[in-house]
Design a binder for this molecule. Structure first.
Ligand SMILES: O=C(O)CCC(=O)C(=O)O
Ligand SMILES: [Fe+2]
Length: 354
């Protein structure tokens, strides 16, 4: 059956005099798990601010500083599953250029370049769309997006001019940060620094670049930008245009992730949860919207290679004294399974939990 075309939220807000959201975007149609905690109520920071990791101490600190940061990473990954990374070495001007480039992409006339990338599937190279990227559902989300496969082969939309060079430099910079973070995380688990990188073929990592565009919404308390979900990869690095809207589920509450300007917000994803046999859990998150400013976020989902079969690492199972809590699965098959379902609430991880 052909997918009915749904207009983007950008087109919707450009119509003059929009004071109410169309009923298909209304929160009441959401699953019970999203309704339990309405979008802006109960959001706060009950456990103190999100931890901050100084990346420069991991890469060029003294041995003492490095071992402290690795111990911090162990505690943070176990307790929070997410943190902000400062001093990551990716040039601030590059971060600004990629944000500007994404805004220009969303500003292209719909009839031009963007049309070519509509309605594609998860493993297609470039996809532009609205709402979530699973199968069409009755409820819609206040979000347009561009998703591009940038590694192991690099792809890019042809427009806007110069975007491709910026995207290549940005995704390479992110891969460098991911490599060193995975090194620190490996050590935090008592493994050799290069262990995760080698075991999960991160050299050929599937790296997905996702730009999310959330225009002002006239009734933000009734709509959501993205529903509750976890990301499928190993680590997601996220940045934004200075407008907050990301929320994390922590100890049964939604809390606001107020991201420091210029920092990367790092999340543990499903496949680090599998690899660590649940010691480090992937973070459930969602995006709320506001009625004042357009929010753009960029989430880079860094995975193993598509052909890597991921299973709980034997060395972390204590030589057989713990049993594996997740079944093994090829990353490619996991992605296909995940994008067959609608995003709302249910984690794909539940399919492989033993
Ligand atoms: O916009 C955000 O803050 C969240 C984006 C996100 O979760 C995603 O793209 O997977
Ligand atoms: Fe996400």
């Amino acid at each position: 059956m052909a997918t009915p075309k749904v207009s983007t939220v950008k087109t919707l807000v450009e119509k003059p005099g929009l004071t109410h959201i169309p009923p298909t975007y209304a929160f009441q149609t959401r699953s019970a798990s999203d309704q339990e905690i309405p979008s802006n109520e109960a959001a706060g920071e009950p456990e103190g601010p999100i931890p901050i990791v100084d990346f420069s101490l991991l890469t060029s600190g003294t041995p003492d500083q490095r071992s402290t940061i690795i111990q911090d990473l162990r505690n943070i990954c176990q307790d929070w599953g997410c943190f902000m990374v400062i001093n990551h070495g990716v040039d601030e001007s590059l971060l600004n250029k990629i944000l500007d480039g994404c805004r220009e992409f969303f500003d292209l006339e719909d009839k031009e370049e963007k049309k070519e990338y509509e309605g594609k599937k998860i493993l297609d190279t470039i996809c532009y769309g609205t709402s979530t990227d699973g199968p069409p559902s009755e409820a819609l989300f206040w979000r347009d997006y561009l998703r591009v496969r940038v590694h192991p082969e690099f792809h890019s939309p042809r427009k806007p001019a110069g975007f491709s060079e910026v995207l290549a430099a940005f995704s390479e910079g992110v891969r460098g940060v991911v490599r060193d973070l995975l090194g620190g995380i490996s050590e935090s688990l008592g493994l050799e620094s290069s262990h995760i990188y080698r075991a999960l073929d991160v050299e050929s990592s599937l790296q997905l670049f996702v730009a999310n565009f959330y225009p002002p919404c006239p009734q933000p308390e009734l709509a959501l930008g993205l529903p509750s979900h976890t990301d499928p990869g190993l680590l997601t690095l996220l940045m934004q245009n200075g407008i907050n809207g990301l929320q994390l589920q922590r100890k049964g509450k939604w809390i606001n992730a107020n991201i420091i300007s210029g920092a990367f917000f790092v999340q543990i994803d499903d496949h680090l949860e599998v690899f660590t046999n649940g010691k480090y859990k992937s973070v459930t998150h969602r995006a709320v919207v506001n009625n004042k400013s357009t929010r753009i976020s960029i989430a880079v989902v860094n995975g193993p290679s598509l052909d890597t079969v991921v299973s709980p690492e034997l060395e972390l199972l204590g030589n057989g004294s713990h049993t594996a809590a997740y079944a093994e699965m090829k990353y490619k098959d996991y992605l296909e399974l995940r994008y067959k379902k609608s995003l709302n609430g249910n984690s794909t991880l539940n399919h492989i939990k033993i």
